[in-house]
Design a protein around this ligand. Structure first.
Ligand code: PLP
Length: 396
């Protein structure tokens, strides 16, 4: 018999969608996989040479639990540049991806019975980790407000048990980018009502069109003492498999994270740490620029194909590398055998009829949405989206 805790989570919905796509491909079907939460591209040359150099030097030992001192210093400089404020290395912890940074944050900030506000649709791991920490997620609906929460709705969700809010901008899965006024209002509310802001900016480098990414601590410096910034190189340097993330937070949070990590994973992989350090020292920004322009053209090419959608609004896709489709008009009021039709049914049809794999919004708390990743090669993207448009336009 397993621990009761195991009833609070199941394997991530995005991983399940990827597995379904792989199973169909293994069974011999031609699948266009639009489920990826990562960008398909070459390794940055500085990462490659940094890792090779570390291996050739024979680097093999534990580092400090929360990362090499030089890496934490380089990250403190990066966060200082990103936020326009002074940050020191004792306010930084290096983690095995942003996922561990978030998990550590949940474990050191939340008590059983605490509530954490999460705008919905949400990245599937946020509520799972909060529940593992014994706290309760409280969702605030955003579909009717362009996937950015209304401040009144957040305020209505605050109780005396509210311990934190999770802000993810640009957002996975919706691609929404929070505007300045919303961020300022959230920061002021957090200050007035005394709760933490967990600010996940993993997609902060990928903002398209007119908007920009704004760290909340830059807009309202007074919120810094109650903010944990979460970031990683997984998306910004297309390094998902290398597992280097970090958090920037008040020192007592960092110290608690260090103690926790010393009993769980210890330091993140040492070669990956050296590679990222080499990149931070040597990068001229060319690789990042190429990545951004690749995504910008994939986004435009994708939007061109999606403009043929006749019954589903074309997504705004302001940030990240996801198109999020709102199928509520298409599905409403459909039923199959008396049960409501959801995005799961659409995703299953897409896979079986058109060989296109996408992630159902049920993984993100939204049975009327689907997420499509455009971080894949251009020809595959075009084929996949054209087939998807055909299926959705013909949906009965
Ligand atoms: N935060 C968000 C919003 C994400 O979408 C993801 C990955 O998909 C992560 C965190 C985790 O990133 P990492 O691979 O660095 O653990």
């Amino acid at each position: 018999m397993l621990a009761q805790r195991t009833s609070m989570f199941k394997s991530s919905g995005t991983a399940a969608a990827r597995a379904a796509a792989k199973a169909a491909a293994d069974a011999g079907k031609q699948i266009v996989d639009l489920t990826a939460g990562e960008i398909w591209c070459d390794l940055a040359p500085t990462i490659r040479s940094g890792a090779i150099e570390a291996i050739q030097k024979g680097v093999n030992r534990y580092t400090d639990t929360i990362g090499l001192a030089e890496l934490r210093e380089a990250l403190a400089r990066k966060v200082s540049l990103d936020t326009g404020q002074g940050w020191k290395s004792d306010e930084i912890a290096v983690t095995s991806g942003a996922k561990q940074a978030l998990f550590n944050t949940a474990m050191v900030l939340l008590n059983p019975g605490d509530e954490v506000i999460i705008p919905s649709p949400y990245w599937t791991t946020f509520p799972a980790q909060i529940m593992i920490a014994g706290a309760t997620p409280v969702f605030v609906e955003t579909r009717s407000s362009g996937y950015v929460p209304r401040i009144d709705d957040i305020e209505a969700a605050v109780t005396e048990r509210t311990r934190a809010i999770v802000i993810n901008t640009p957002a996975n899965p919706t691609g929404a980018v929070y505007d300045v006024q919303t961020l300022i209002s959230i920061a002021e509310l957090a200050n007035n009502r005394n709760f933490w802001v967990i600010f996940d900016e993993c997609y902060g480098d990928f903002v398209h069109g007119q908007q920009s990414h704004h760290p909340i601590v830059t807009l309202v410096p007074e919120v810094r003492s109650r903010t944990v910034i979460i970031n990683a190189f997984s998306k910004s340097l297309a390094l998902t498999g290398w597992r280097i993330g970090y958090l920037a937070a008040p020192k007592d949070v960092v110290n608690a994270v260090k103690a926790l990590q010393s009993h769980t994973t210890s330091n993140p992989n040492v070669i990956a740490q050296h590679a990222v350090l080499a990149h931070l020292h040597q990068s001229d920004g060319v690789y990042e620029g190429r990545l951004r322009s690749r995504l910008a053209s994939a986004r435009q090419a994708g939007l061109d194909v999606l403009s043929a959608l006749s019954r589903v609004p074309v997504p705004k896709a302001q940030g990240g590398f996801y198109f999020y489709l709102d199928l509520s008009d298409l599905l409403n009021p459909g039923t199959v055998n008396g049960a409501a039709v959801t995005a799961d049914d659409v995703v299953n049809s897409l896979l079986s009829e058109a060989g296109v794999a996408a992630v159902s919004g049920t993984a993100f708390g939204d049975p009327a949405g689907i997420r499509i990743s455009y971080g894949i090669p251009a020809d595959m993207l075009e084929t996949g989206l054209s087939r998807l448009v055909e299926v959705l336009n013909a949906w009965k």
